[in-house]
Design a protein around this ligand. Structure first.
Ligand SMILES: Cc1cc2nc3c(=O)[nH]c(=O)nc-3n(C[C@H](O)[C@H](O)[C@H](O)COP(=O)(O)OP(=O)(O)OC[C@H]3O[C@@H](n4cnc5c(N)ncnc54)[C@H](O)[C@@H]3O)c2cc1C
Length: 188
């Protein structure tokens, strides 16, 4: 069975920065496992600016911020596997993964879970009823518009419970922002 000192599950900003930090502290046997086809996680669909002010002292888009970390990963020769999904972690830190190569297992000295967060859909927040056509979470709308290049509608109703992202002084209503970046749920 393969062995690594550290297995990081998730290649988003948290996983990438954890890998860089671990490497810089002297760990070399590191493996990042990412089920998507690219590193970067949610950053890839956040094409608006507002990232990087603290870490790089620059205004970067999500993909630009991610590419900085990808370069650090490449520069350090840190191993990563894309399109590889973690199915199970055993109590003795055996990580079971599936990929186009099939099912395999990796024995980890330590594991970092950096699998991000998921938006809660209507069912999860106990809103009764079906999910009518046209109601999207922010993440779905962001993926349609920013990654796939689809329009999600001409008029919109936008419902937001909270605001948490890294826009500084920029109003981010749908009508003003060239890309879509937001938290909450909205309908078009
Ligand atoms: C729609 C949306 C918009 C957001 N916009 C902003 C914003 O504008 N500014 C901001 O600061 N924050 C924003 N956030 C918050 C954002 O989640 C964090 O800022 C940050 O990107 C989270 O990084 P992360 O590495 O923790 O998670 P993610 O970027 O989500 O990365 C987690 C990675 O883990 C992978 N993964 C999950 N499960 C498995 C598994 N079983 N096996 C293998 N891989 C797995 C996923 O594919 C993903 O690539 C947004 C979040 C969402 C959902």
């Amino acid at each position: 069975m393969e062995k690594r000192d550290l297995v990081i599950i998730g290649g988003g900003s948290a996983g990438l920065s954890a890998a860089v930090a671990a490497f810089d502290l002297g760990l070399e046997s590191i493996l990042i496992i990412e089920r998507g086809s690219h590193l970067g996680g949610i950053l890839n669909q956040c094409i608006h600016t507002g990232f990087g002010l603290s870490t790089f002292n620059e205004q970067l888009t999500g993909p630009e911020y991610a590419s900085r970390y990808m370069k650090m990963i490449e520069d350090r020769n840190i191993e990563y596997r894309l399109e590889t999904n973690v199915l199970e972690i055993s109590p003795d830190k055996i990580v079971t993964v599936t990929s186009t190569a099939g099912l395999s297992q990796i024995e980890a000295g330590a594991i970092i879970l950096a699998t991000g967060c998921y938006e809660r859909n209507a069912g999860a927040i106990l809103l009764p009823g079906d999910r009518p056509r046209g109601i999207l979470t922010a993440g779905q709308a962001q993926e349609y518009i920013n990654i796939r290049g689809y329009s999600v509608g001409k008029t919109h109703f936008y419902f937001r419970k909270w605001r948490y992202w890294t826009h500084y002084g920029e109003k981010n209503d749908l009508g003003r922002c060239p890309s879509f970046g937001s938290g909450g749920t909205y309908a078009v």
